[in-house]
Design a protein around this ligand. Structure first.
Ligand code: MRU
Length: 353
């Protein structure tokens, strides 16, 4: 058994503020940024200071807690309107990851059940709920890691896409959590990180996390994945998810669909690691999952460097949907579900306790 891995604090509550790593700057600069209001947190989510489905949910919950603390000294009407506006701003920050709406719903039900109470008491209760969402996320990711690690063999070379690591969650990670848990359990696992154009979460964030912990990692550009699979250099693919529809279709970072098709073609298991808060039973199939379209500037260049011809038309869908039939298994905190479909998902997960 090896020592527990991952010491990155993606988000933390300090001195009545939320602090988050500015993930836009990694890996060249490590900077924690302070947030004091829901509007600031909503902007941080929209601008990708924090990203990754579970981390977005946790940040939004703290955004509500911050706003309640900021406004509890105001009169009742201002407190109420301010909180309503905070829920709206945070819900509008990014559309695809359902964890955001799940966390906001959880915060809203606390607020709604306490409306007769003093604003200071409500604010305290909302902070406690945000802290519970934070700590539960780490426990959930550890459980995902334990279940997922059993699917990996000693020596496996695991390809992953985007960043579904500690930086995308409150800690440990989902897809990278499986890898961490397998390594903690004594298995030798190496990671192949897709660069993940256009925002480079793989090159910047996944590679950074793995290098920090001495887990062997090899970076490839996204268009090399087929070559690697055909050459027999990939034993499994593990990705995270932003939303899983009731039939098991999976929305995740753009490029995931391409990997699932390739994995199927090469008979390589394609695993999706995600918490139950990523399952959206209100949506029958992946066709109804809203796909965020981000600024074309992310495609025409990166940071200050622009390389595409000025004036070119650009598309930038940030996510795609992988049909359930190409998912070998979903790895959740409640265990592994092979060949997910509507019936199996209902049977295994509709009771969420
Ligand atoms: O645009 P991002 O960086 O928020 O996209 C993140 C992903 O697609 C992750 O794979 C997903 O949120 C799962 S994170 C545990």
């Amino acid at each position: 058994m090896n020592a527990p891995l991952q010491k990155v604090e993606t988000l933390r509550w300090r001195n009545d503020h939320l602090e988050m790593i500015d993930q836009r700057l990694l890996p060249t600069e490590f900077k924690m940024v302070r947030f004091g209001s829901a509007a600031e947190v909503a902007a941080g989510i929209r601008d990708m200071v924090v990203r990754g489905a579970p981390a977005i949910g946790v940040a939004a919950a703290y955004g509500i807690a911050l706003e309640a603390r900021r406004l509890h000294v105001e009169n009742e009407q201002t407190f109420k309107c301010g909180l309503e506006s905070a829920f709206k701003q945070l819900a509008e920050s990014r559309p695809t990851a359902v964890n955001l709406f799940w966390a906001l719903d959880r915060m809203k039900s606390i607020w709604q059940s306490r409306q007769q109470e003093d604003a200071q008491v409500i604010a305290q209760r909302l902070l406690e709920e945000a802290e519970a969402i934070f700590s539960e996320d780490i426990q959930i990711n550890r459980a995902i890691g334990r279940h997922g690690a059993e699917l990996l063999k000693n020596g496996d070379r695991v390809l992953t896409h985007c960043n579904a690591g500690a930086l995308a969650t409150a800690g440990h990670g989902t897809a990278l959590g499986v890898i961490r848990s397998a390594v903690e359990g004594g298995k030798k696992i190496s990671v192949i990180a897709d660069e993940t154009r256009p925002f480079l979460q793989g090159a910047r964030l996944t590679a950074w996390e793995m290098v920090q912990e001495n887990i062997p990692v090899t970076l490839i550009t996204d268009n090399m994945a087929g070559f690697m699979m055909k050459s027999g250099e990939v034993d499994a693919v593990i990705v995270g998810a932003d939303r899983v529809a009731a039939n098991g279709d999976v929305a995740n970072k753009i490029g995931t669909y391409m990997l699932a098709v390739l994995a199927k073609q090469h008979d390589i298991p394609f695993y999706v690691a995600c918490p139950l808060s990523t399952l959206d039973f209100s949506i029958a199939t992946g066709d109804a999952i809203p796909i965020e379209e981000r600024s074309g500037h992310e495609v025409t260049g990166f940071r200050d460097c622009q390389w595409a011809a000025a004036g070119v038309n650009v598309r930038n869908p940030a996510f795609d949907v992988t049909p359930a039939e190409w998912v070998t298994a979903l790895i959740t905190e409640k265990g592994v579900l092979h060949s997910p479909d509507t019936e199996r998902l209902q049977q295994k997960f509709t009771c969420r306790t």
